[in-house]
Design a protein around this ligand. Structure first.
Ligand code: FAD
Length: 477
């Protein structure tokens, strides 16, 4: 019998209706007092059930502002819709089209100023927890991940200097386009700041390693302990090794110093050195690793950015009884992510506002034992729009400490450029056009070495842009 179908009888696909009443699904954070004693992750991440609840809050806007807020243009409503359908692999693939490092970005991106900052729900309430959803999918890669498809090898070679997020993003894009990619890294391991800067409790190192392993599976070759500009030059890479192009992603890792008396005393560290000793030299695995680092009981950290927060929270985990974060403005002007400030305070870090160090003094053992501070007040706004700190004449005071850490920013490393004919500005940052091209037609650059200290996602975005420009230039397509 032929089947009779009534026109219009087919079931309409059910129209999606967001759950407008649901509050933002809370993060699964470890209790502050417990997590501050060791280097376990602060937050264990969303479960699938959490992700489904949160995905159902998304308004699925016709004009998704969240995407405009994402520097690499991740198709956010699309991956969230796939979460709702429990198509975990599809959701992860959607993110990975635009962002190779979801586990990393989900953890460290300043979402409050980017995707989540633009979410319409945030206007009257709490935005969708896009970072948590991204992180959860990234962490599911071993379970549901599909291997990215690479075009056939095109016979062209590209060298990348630096294995931080910018170098990694550029390498991944080029490998997928069929290029033969070699990343030269000065350290013995990859990841740049993701590995030696951001601490284990915020970004576990096995996650960074998994991302690097993934690139190796795409055919990217990593050469470690390879200091470009010292062991080889760009010209040697082009003329002797047959590379067609070079991407410079060397970061901006040279610390700024306070230049005040006593800054060279033992027990006074710059945050870069302190965090590198803890992360790369595994000071956090004491006594298994007896890394030379002073475990202070009374630690003072200078700065108000993410780096200062990381140093302060690391000092707590190394056993400090009191950690003070001393800042020359007030907490409201601190550039660190709000979540980091919140976590630091929750764990017991104290904030001392409106002070600037003017001298470190030593005790009888020769180690730092006190800091003299200049009292500051807020004046008129400066170029950054934040009110400028100005000294209150004649008002100083002293506080004790046995370790001091300065986290007042970094700048370009003057030894970092291995390529000739690459112009830089007066601060040493490389000049590029919007595609990352430098003044040397075979050299591109991006990440912190172009922008100055910025963010992981901006560094990745620059790597991706440069990769497309390199591919277009070499392949002429
Ligand atoms: P980098 O990550 O600095 O990588 C550069 C790499 O180049 C390094 O591995 C270096 O060893 C290598 N290199 C340098 N010179 C040479 C050479 N001559 N030869 C070979 N290799 C070389 N951003 C966020 O978005 N969120 C955060 O929460 C956050 N927290 C941070 C915490 C800390 C402690 C620090 C220091 C930074 C933080 N940032 C954060 C900033 C972010 O990490 C950087 O903006 C980002 O890593 C820059 O990426 P990059 O690839 O340009 O450089």
């Amino acid at each position: 019998m032929p089947q009779v179908t009534t026109p219009g009888a087919a079931a309409e696909p059910k129209k999606y209706r967001p759950n407008l009443k649901a509050p933002r699904t809370p993060a699964n954070e470890e209790p502050a007092a417990e997590r501050a004693c060791d280097f376990r992750p602060v937050d264990t991440g969303y479960t699938k059930a959490d992700a489904l609840l949160e995905a159902n809050r998304c308004l699925d806007c016709k004009k998704p502002l969240c995407m405009e807020g994402c520097p690499v243009g991740v198709h956010i409503p699309e991956f969230i819709a796939k979460i709702r359908d429990e198509d975990w692999a599809g959701a992860l693939d959607t993110i990975k089209r635009d962002n190779l490092l979801p586990s990393v970005c989900g953890r460290v991106c300043p979402q409050e100023n980017q995707c989540e900052g633009k979410c319409i729900l945030g206007k009257k309430g709490e935005p969708v927890a896009i970072g948590q959803l991204e992180r959860m999918l990234g962490d599911m890669a071993d379970e549901v991940g599909t291997a990215p498809v690479c075009k056939p090898k095109n016979g062209h070679k590209v060298a990348i200097v630096g294995s931080g997020p910018s170098g990694i993003a550029c390498a991944g894009e080029l490998a997928r386009e069929g290029f033969d990619v070699t990343v030269f890294e000065a350290f013995f391991t990859g990841g740049g700041v993701l590995t030696y800067g951001i601490p284990e409790f915020r970004l576990p190192k096995d996650i960074v390693k998994r991302e690097i392993d993934g690139l190796e599976q795409l055919g990217v070759h990593f050469e470690y302990n390879a200091v470009a500009g010292r062991l080889f030059t760009a010209e040697e890479l082009f003329e002797e090794e047959g590379f067609d192009a070079l991407y410079l992603a060397v970061g901006a890792g040279l610390p700024r110093f306070l230049n005040v008396p006593g800054e060279n005393l033992p027990g006074v560290y710059c945050a870069n050195e302190y965090l590198t000793r803890v992360n790369l030299m595994k000071a956090y695995e004491f006594p298994t690793y007896d890394t030379p680092i002073r475990h202070g009981k009374n630690v003072v950290v200078f700065g108000g950015g993410n780096v200062a927060m990381d140093a302060a929270r690391t000092a707590l985990r190394l056993g400090a009884e009191k950690v003070t974060l001393a800042y020359r403005r007030t907490e409201a002007e601190m550039p660190a992510r709000r979540a980091e400030i919140h976590h630091a305070k929750e764990e017991g870090v104290e904030i001392l506002e409106l002070v600037s160090p003017i001298e470190f003094t030593a005790g009888e053992d020769g180690f730092v034992n006190a800091i003299r501070l200049q009292q500051m007040e807020l004046g008129e706004p400066d170029d950054s729009g934040r009110r400028r700190p100005v000294p209150v004449e004649g008002v100083t005071h002293e506080i004790p400490c046995d370790v001091a850490i300065t986290a007042i920013g970094t700048k370009a490393n003057p030894f970092a450029s291995p390529a000739s004919g690459v112009e830089a500005n007066k601060w040493g940052y490389i000049d590029t056009d919007e595609d990352g091209r430098t003044s040397n037609p075979r050299v591109w650059a991006g990440g912190d070495i172009v922008t100055g200290a910025a963010t992981v996602i901006l560094a990745m975005g620059a790597g991706k842009t440069a990769a497309h420009s390199i591919a277009k230039t070499i392949l002429g397509a």
